[in-house]
Design a protein. Structure first.
Length: 621
């Protein structure tokens, strides 16, 4: 096969004219040291990009844009700056024993031999423009000063020690164990330390057109922490991928990784996820503190009555207990707290999770892996042959998993799991829509816990204030004359937000015999809700408003997390005549006409229209 010369290819693709090619060839004849491509660029007949891409096509060598490619700081140590400047080459990354090298002239065999001799690695060239190679050498080999400025007040004295779960490939293992960290590694360490010290649940490294933003999620709210120039994107992403044993060369598909680190005496698990976006790879690191699994039911914001209900349904020998709510509502933490409470040497507990968020002592934990066929349903079948007493299924994602879990409860197992629904009663409807028979639901479910997380008022800057009529009307409450609410003014302790930490808001449905009968009879959601309220269920709205009046959180925060229905939508109880839900307005039942009392059942003091919490005894009704 005859390989066409680069000048002919440029003419064929109409990038230059035949006359321009002849002019360049004449100049090349006069100066033997210059290549035809350099002459065409110098004369302005073609661009560096035109020459590089044509050269890539001619030699069947991949073209690379260094600005959009992973640059591994550890690999740069193998090719020093002097060697890179001598041959105008730039090391990109190392894959096993092969070094990927950006070159403007991939036919420069002397350069390839010198790099091979200096590194002891096989060299695979990629074509890049000369100007980009030169700029990259000047930029990446002199990172110290600009990065020190970029990190600003971020902690630089502390170190992040990467703890490997399993022995990775030798190349990556050597890279992460090197003690003298280059500036990019210091930057990544500082980012992790900054997130941990601010008690962030997630760290977001987000690429944009001209810069890269660092944002952290604290108490469920995103905060912008820093802004970096675009050129740090490649090195930082590569460093995080190395730490997470991910493929630094693959940028076209999303990847998942896991990092274990030690910050002084604090151990953290980081779940890493990358996602290709319009301007490069976005990286999200979820910070999981293993010590958080030591939380018990007394520390998640439960009232004594709510805690007693949860213990009642969780300590039964068999049945299903569901925890429901949106992503990030604390469902997993609730399940861990329950498991911690009931675990005993006398019972065998097995959990099926995706992924395992916290390690529980004396509990058998299994991580599902969909790629290998280890799904929730398959694993659950296997677990049932392991003689379990208690099973925790991370999520009922499909009908098959739900049916197996419910059947397991009918055969004498206690099963815990989660769903994504808005409230407790909606979980029953959701399972029915998944194809679960009504009789199976009625026989197996012990109870359902719906929950949300609200930010707590900062104790350092907590102060009383008098809410406006608009705030009270929006929440549907009235206050006794002179009574005030609480809010945070904002201080250094809470980052000027007025909030610090989070507390749960709960709705606990205990399935009574009457509710079982309604489920088995395919009763409507409204009828089941009415029966649950009649049995003493406290709704999410009621529990949230109680925490507002108790000074735990604010009306603004509660309305951000929970929809507070209007007066004509708000249910507070059940008509004693027709047993259907009634609104907060006193008077005749809209369904049967039976008169409803408007006195608080706990203190017998009259309530006003719009109240869902008695202002005198703060009892839910």
């Amino acid at each position: 096969m005859i390989v066409k010369k680069i000048g002919e290819l440029l003419v064929e693709t109409c990038l230059i004219t035949p006359a321009q090619l002849q002019d360049a060839l004449q100049a090349a004849g006069e100066n033997k040291q210059l290549r035809i491509g350099s002459i065409l660029v110098k004369k302005g007949y073609a661009t560096e990009m035109d020459i590089a891409q044509t050269l890539s096509y001619q030699l069947n060598i991949p073209f690379v844009e260094i600005a959009n490619s992973p640059v591994d700081p550890e690999t740069m140590k193998l090719v020093n700056e002097k060697l890179a400047l001598k041959h105008l080459v730039f090391p990109l990354y190392m894959d096993r024993k092969v070094l990927r090298l950006a070159m403007s002239d991939p036919l420069n065999l002397a350069a390839i031999d010198d790099v091979r001799f200096a590194t002891g690695l096989e060299v695979q060239p990629s074509v890049a423009t000369l100007s980009e190679i030169t700029a990259s050498i000047n930029r990446f080999y002199h990172l110290n000063e600009p990065i020190e400025d970029l990190m600003g007040d971020l902690e630089k004295d502390r170190t992040v020690e990467v703890v490997q779960d399993e022995a990775p490939s030798m190349d990556i293992s050597e890279q992460v164990r090197k003690s003298s960290a280059p500036p990019i590694i210091k930057m990544v360490n500082s980012i992790i330390i900054h997130g941990a010290e601010n008690k962030a649940s997630d760290i977001h490294f987000e690429p944009h057109e001209h810069d890269v933003k660092l944002r952290i999620r604290v108490d469920g709210i995103m905060r912008e922490a820093m802004q970096f120039p675009k050129w740090v994107q490649g090195p930082v992403v590569s460093r995080i991928k190395i730490m997470g044993n991910m493929d630094i060369a693959e940028r076209r598909v999303s990847q998942d990784g896991r990092i274990k680190v030690k910050l002084s005496n604090q151990a953290l698990d980081l779940r890493v996820s990358t996602l290709p976006t319009q301007y490069g790879e976005k990286v999200v690191m979820r910070l999981l503190d293993p010590n958080a699994a030591s939380l018990d039911l007394d520390s998640v914001g439960l009232t004594k009555d709510a805690a007693a209900k949860i213990l009642d349904i969780a300590e039964r020998p068999q049945g299903v207990v569901l925890v429901t709510g949106p992503t990030g509502s604390g469902k997993s933490s609730m399940l861990y707290a329950i498991i911690k409470h009931i675990k005993s040497p006398k019972i065998n507990i097995v959990t099926i999770e995706d992924p395992i968020e916290y390690e529980l002592k004396d509990v058998n934990q299994v991580a599902v892996n969909e790629k290998t066929g280890l799904t929730f349903a398959y694993t659950l079948r296997s677990v049932l042959r392991q003689d379990p007493d208690v099973i925790m299924v991370g999520e009922m994602r499909d009908t098959e998993t739900a049916i197996i879990a419910l059947q397991a409860s009918l055969t004498g197992h206690l099963v815990f799991s989660t769903l994504h629904t808005n409230d407790a009663v909606a979980s029953i409807v959701r399972l029915k829509n998944m194809g679960i028979p009504a009789y199976m639901l009625a026989s197996s479910i012990n109870g359902i816990i719906a929950q949300r997380l609200v930010r707590k008022i900062c104790t350092e800057c907590k102060t009383e204030y008098e809410p406006t009529e608009e705030e009270l009307s929006r929440a549907g409450i009235r206050l006794e004359n002179g009574k005030k609410l609480w809010r945070g003014q904002g201080c250094k302790h809470c980052g000027q937000t007025g909030y610090s930490g989070r507390s749960g808001v709960f709705e606990i449905l205990v399935v009574t015999n009457k509710i079982r009968s309604l489920i088995a009879a395919d009763a409507s959601e409204t009828d089941i809700t009415a029966a649950a309220l009649d049995a003493g269920m406290v709704t999410l709205q009621q529990d949230g408003l109680y925490k507002v009046m108790a000074g735990v959180t604010t009306l603004d925060e509660l309305s951000r997390v929970i929809y507070l229905p209007k007066d004509d939508e708000r249910l507070i109880g059940t008509c004693p005549n027709c047993m259907r839900g009634i609104s907060v307005e006193a008077g005749p039942c809209p369904h049967c006409g039976h008169f409803i009392s408007k006195e608080c059942p706990s203190c017998n003091r009259a309530k006003q229209p719009g109240w869902v919490v008695c202002p005198y005894c703060t009892t839910h009704f």
